[in-house]
Design a protein around this ligand. Structure first.
Ligand SMILES: Cc1cc2nc3c(=O)[nH]c(=O)nc-3n(C[C@H](O)[C@H](O)[C@H](O)COP(=O)(O)OP(=O)(O)OC[C@H]3O[C@@H](n4cnc5c(N)ncnc54)[C@H](O)[C@@H]3O)c2cc1C
Length: 473
C-alpha cells in the first residue's frame, strides 16, 4: 500500500560532505516520491564541512568551489544544521529512534590507521591525522606541535603523505595568505627542517597520489625536489599500468622528468623514495632514525623484500598510512575494516540482516579512500536505498519505537527541547553563517589579507554561533 503523503523525519549524523550530499539528494528524491521530508543534520563540531575544514590542506584553496556548492545546499533551508552535538553522548540511538523515521550515519574517519612496526610510539613519531588536525586548527587538539627536526620521514604514498610533506617543507611565509591559525604559522616559522623524505613500499607507477597533488611539489618556493634513479627499476606490470591508465601515465612521466632535474640550490629539499618497506623506528628515548628494507617488483603488481636494509637518520617520523573510522554507540561496526557494515548503505547487523531505518554513507560506509566528489555517488546509493524503503519507514516499521501508523512523536521542536533539557549548547546554520562571516572579516584585517582566520577554540566558536541562536527573532 502506498502511504499517504506526509512528512518523513530523517536524522543525518555527520555534516561532512557525505552528510550534506545525502541530505540534499534525500530532499530531492523524497519529494519526487510524493512526500515531504524534514532533515536534521547533526555534527559534533560547532561548524559544518568535516574534513573539508579540518583535513584538506590550507594551501589547497581550489576546494573552495565545492564548499560554495555545499553551502548553497544548506542555505536552501531544506536541511537543518545542528552543530556541537555528539552522537553517542549528547544524542543516543534511543533518542534518534524516538524522534525520526530513519537515520543516516556519515561520521567519516578522523583517526590514523595503525602502523605496526617497532618504535612507532617513540617520542618524535606522529600520526598524520594528528598533525593535519593541528595545522588545520581543529578545536579538540593541542595548539603546540613539536617542530624541532631537521630531517623528517613521512611514510606513505597517498595524497595525505604529500600534504604532510609539503606543509613540513614549505616556508611558513608561503602559507601566510591561507587560513592557517597564528599558532600554526608561528610553529612552522620556527621549524629548522631542511630535508623531508617521503617513502613508499611500491614503485613510482604504483603510487596512490593524484596528478595535481604530485605536480604541485615542483612549484614549492625554495624547496628542491629529489628522486633517485635506483627506485625506477624496470617492471613489466608497471609498464602495462602506464599504457592502460592515463593518470598513472601522467604521474610516471612527471616523476621520470624529475630524475633529470638539476637541484636549484634551495635551502630545503623534499625527497621521494620508492621501493622502501618500513621495518622499525629506532632511537634510545626518542626518534633517531628509521630503518627500511628495500623491496623489488614481483612482476604482478606486488613487491617483495630484498633483504637489503637501509637506515635514514631522522629526528621525526610521520605515518600517513590511511585514516580509520571509529565505532559508534549501538551501531554495528566492522573492527577490521573500520567501517559500519552495510549493503549499499543499508546498515547490517551481526547476522548480515538490514537494521530497519539505519543507513550509512561516506567514509564510514566505504572506508577512508577517495576524494570529496566520491562521497556524492556514495550518498546517492545510500539515499536510493532509503527511498526504496519509504513504504516500510512511513508505515511505522522504521526505527521509531513510539510510532503509531505514520505518526512519529518527534517534531522540529521536540529534538531541540531534548537537547536544551540536557544542556547541550547546539549551534545552527545561522550561527555558522555568523561564525563564517566573523572568520572572513578577521582575514581582511591583517597584512597580507587572508581568506579567513579560523576561530580555533570550541568555546569561542560556540559563543559566536550561539549569539545568533539567542538573538530574539
Ligand atoms: C588530510 C586529508 C586531506 C584531504 N584532502 C582532500 C583534497 O584536497 N581534495 C579532496 O577532494 N578530498 C580530500 N580529502 C578527502 C575528503 O576529505 C573525504 O573524501 C571526505 O571528507 C569524506 O567525507 P565524509 O563526509 O565521509 O567524512 P568527514 O569529512 O570526515 O565528515 C564526517 C563528519 O562527521 C562528524 N562526526 C564524527 N563523529 C561524530 C559523532 N559521534 N557525532 C556527530 N558528528 C560526528 C565529524 O565531526 C565530521 O564533521 C582529504 C582527506 C584527508 C584525510
Amino acid at each position: 500500500m502506498t502511504p499517504a503523503p506526509s512528512a518523513l523525519r530523517v536524522a543525518i549524523i555527520g555534516a561532512g560532505p557525505a552528510g550534506i550530499y545525502a541530505g540534499n539528494i534525500l530532499h530531492r528524491l523524497v519529494r519526487e516520491a510524493g512526500h515531504t521530508v524534514a532533515i536534521d543534520l547533526f555534527d559534533s563540531l560547532p561548524a559544518p564541512y568535516g574534513l573539508i575544514r579540518y583535513g584538506v590542506a590550507p594551501d589547497h584553496p581550489r576546494i573552495k568551489g565545492i564548499v560554495k556548492s555545499l553551502q548553497e545546499m544548506l542555505d536552501a533551508d531544506t536541511i537543518r544544521f545542528i552543530g556541537n552535538v555528539t552522537y553517542g553522548t549528547d544524542l543516543t540511538l534511543a533518542d534518534v529512534r524516538e524522534q525520526y523515521h530513519a537515520v543516516i550515519f556519515a561520521t567519516g574517519a578522523m583517526r590514523d590507521a595503525p602502523l605496526l612496526i617497532d618504535g612507532i610510539d617513540l617520542p618524535g613519531s606522529f600520526g598524520a591525522a594528528d598533525f593535519v588536525s593541528w595545522y588545520d586548527g581543529h578545536p579538540d587538539v593541542p595548539r603546540e606541535w613539536p617542530l624541532d627536526a631537521t630531517d623528517v620521514a613521512v611514510i606513505g604514498n597517498g595524497n595525505v603523505a604529500l600534504d604532510v610533506a609539503r606543509i613540513l617543507a614549505k616556508h611558513a611565509d608561503d602559507l601566510l595568505t591561507t587560513d592557517i591559525p597564528a599558532s600554526v604559522y608561528a610553529g612552522l616559522a620556527g621549524s629548522p627542517v631542511t630535508d623531508v623524505h617521503v617513502f613508499g613500499r611500491r614503485g613510482p607507477s604504483q603510487v596512490k597520489f593524484t596528478p595535481i597533488e604530485l605536480r604541485e611539489l615542483a612549484d614549492i618556493p625554495d624547496v628542491d625536489l629529489v628522486v633517485y634513479a635506483e627506485d625506477f627499476t624496470p617492471d613489466s606490470f608497471s609498464e602495462q599500468l602506464v599504457a592502460s591508465n592515463n593518470q598513472v601515465k601522467i604521474m610516471t612521466r612527471t616523476l621520470n622528468g624529475w630524475l633529470t632535474r638539476a637541484p636549484q640550490g634551495a635551502s630545503r629539499r623534499l625527497h621521494l623514495h620508492f621501493l622502501h618497506a618500513p621495518l622499525e623506528v629506532y632511537g634510545d628515548s626518542r626518534v633517531e632514525g628509521i630503518r627500511f628494507e628495500r623491496t623489488e617488483h614481483t612482476g604482478d603488481g606486488g613487491v617483495r623484500a630484498t633483504g637489503q636494509i637501509v637506515d635514514y637518520a631522522v629526528q621525526a617520523v610521520y605515518r600517513a598510512v590511511g585514516y580509520r573510522g571509529s565505532a559508534l554507540a549501538d551501531v554495528p561496526f566492522d573492527t577490521v575494516r573500520g567501517v559500519i557494515p552495510n549493503d549499499g548503505g543499508r546498515v547490517l547487523d551481526a547476522a548480515g540482516e538490514p537494521v530497519a531505518g539505519v543507513y550509512a554513507t561516506g567514509w564510514i560506509k566505504r572506508g577512508p579512500v577517495g576524494l570529496i566528489g566520491h562521497t556524492k555517488g556514495d550518498a546517492l546509493e545510500t539515499v536510493t536505498r532509503l527511498v526504496a524503503d519509504l513504504p516500510e519507514l512511513m508505515a511505522g516499521a522504521g526505527i521509531g519505537t513510539a510510532v503509531t501508523g505514520t505518526a512519529v512523536i518527534g517534531t522540529a521542536e521536540s529534538i531541540l527541547a531534548l537537547l536544551d533539557g540536557r544542556g547541550v549548547a547546539y549551534t545552527t546554520w545561522a550561527g555558522w553563517r555568523a561564525l563564517d562571516a566573523h572568520e572572513v572579516s578577521l582575514g581582511t584585517q591583517g597584512t597580507p589579507a587572508r581568506e579567513r582566520v579560523k576561530v580555533i577554540s570550541r568555546a569561542e566558536q560556540v559563543a559566536i554561533s550561539r549569539a545568533e541562536v539567542l538573538i530574539p527573532q
